[in-house]
Design a protein around this ligand. Structure first.
Ligand code: FAD
Ligand code: MG
Length: 312
């Protein structure tokens, strides 16, 4: 199976001449990105080294790639008034949803206690990060977690790679809930990117009809969660409370040209909900589609030309 970043990678690639190495190379690029740059679990990555360095006052020199990524992340943190926050690593780890969501028997799961959550939460905050002259400064020691943007960043890398492959004419690549469309289909019909029904994830509520290059990212509470006594604990944490976000949203799908942005905005909007989220995406010229707990769909005006409802 093609997996990377803890998720499944699917590739459909159209080429002028058959080249079986391309999917292999794309997967290799995602794995490399994870191992060398983004992972907060593997000690080979730059991010891991930063988390372990324990430096607070002295700046940590960054690679150009990571500097660019952190810069974009901080823009979204600022614009979302901190709903999107890559310094939540310790709180995310405390909830430990990613590990338990993969288990068949979750009866041993216990949510963390309130006091612990508040303690860890107090030690987070994107405002404590500062980028200056290619170095990262910490006002307090926080643990970085790029889980909300890693797959989107992968799409940006894949797009750059595809642009260098002259015989590739079109592609749709999905890395978990983040999807890249590139070029066109041989028959020139548009790409159809399904929007999963968060209340029955074997079905789609509809699809986006797209031509050319786009990034589509979805954040939802229907894949990585643990349910205990009827309460669903999922993996997107509201930095205001330290608890799984509870804004009445079941899923948010973002459409934009940039992978990192699509992924960051989907996470931020899940926390903010429709009213604040739809204002946020506008500031980044992105489009959004929200599905709420009751199954109602709300979308930005610009999304309407791309979204088609499934026949029911
Ligand atoms: P998104 O909404 O895009 O992101 C949710 C994730 O963002 C959370 O899991 C958390 O990490 C983080 N987060 C939570 N709240 C906030 C917030 N308010 N602001 C910012 N970030 C927040 N999974 C595995 O099971 N095993 C692995 O080995 C593994 N390795 C990975 C390596 C990389 C480089 C990446 C990017 C992901 C990896 N994952 C792995 C998956 C990861 O643990 C998350 O489950 C996944 O990234 C969530 O993506 P999403 O699109 O479902 O949700
Ligand atoms: Mg995201």
């Amino acid at each position: 199976m093609n997996t990377a970043m803890g998720t499944i990678v699917n590739q459909t690639i159209y080429m002028q001449t058959e080249d079986s190495e391309i999917p292999e190379e794309i997967l290799g690029q995602i794995v490399e990105l994870e191992q060398e740059l983004l992972s907060w679990r593997l000690d080979t990555s730059e991010l891991y080294q930063i988390n372990e360095s324990g430096k607070t006052e002295e700046g940590i020199p960054l690679s150009e790639e990571l500097e660019g990524i952190l810069e974009e992340c901080l823009k979204v943190s600022n614009a979302s008034e901190g709903a999107f926050d890559i310094t939540l690593g310790d709180v995310v780890q405390l909830w430990d949803i990613d590990r338990w969501a993969g288990e068949t028997d979750t009866s041993g799961y216990r949510p963390p206690d309130e006091k612990e959550v508040q303690e860890k939460l107090a030690a987070t905050g994107y405002e404590s990060l500062q980028l200056e002259n290619g170095s990262l400064f910490f006002a307090k020691e926080v643990r970085l977690d790029l889980g909300a943007v890693g797959k989107g960043i992968a799409l940006d890398y894949i797009r750059e790679y595809l642009r260098q492959q002259e015989h590739v004419t079109g592609a749709v690549i999905s890395v978990g809930g983040s999807i890249l469309t590139y070029g066109s289909k041989p028959d020139s019909t548009s790409w159809k990117v399904g929007v999963v029904n968060p209340h029955d994830n074997a079905t789609n509520i509809g699809y986006l009809s797209l031509s050319g290059e786009w990034c589509v990212s979805t954040s939802g509470n229907y894949e990585r969660f643990v349910e205990i006594d009827g309460t669903r604990y999922h993996h997107i944490i509201d930095p205001d409370t330290g608890y799984p976000a509870d804004s009445g949203v079941s899923s948010v799908t973002i459409l934009t040209k940039d992978g990192l942005l699509s992924d960051a905005l989907s996470t931020a909007c899940f926390i903010l909900g429709w009213e604040k989220g739809s204002v946020l995406v506008e500031a980044f010229s992105a489009e959004a589609l929200f599905v709420d707990m009751e199954g109602n769909i709300s979308m930005t005006e610009g999304m309407q030309q791309y979204f088609k409802l499934s026949d029911r």
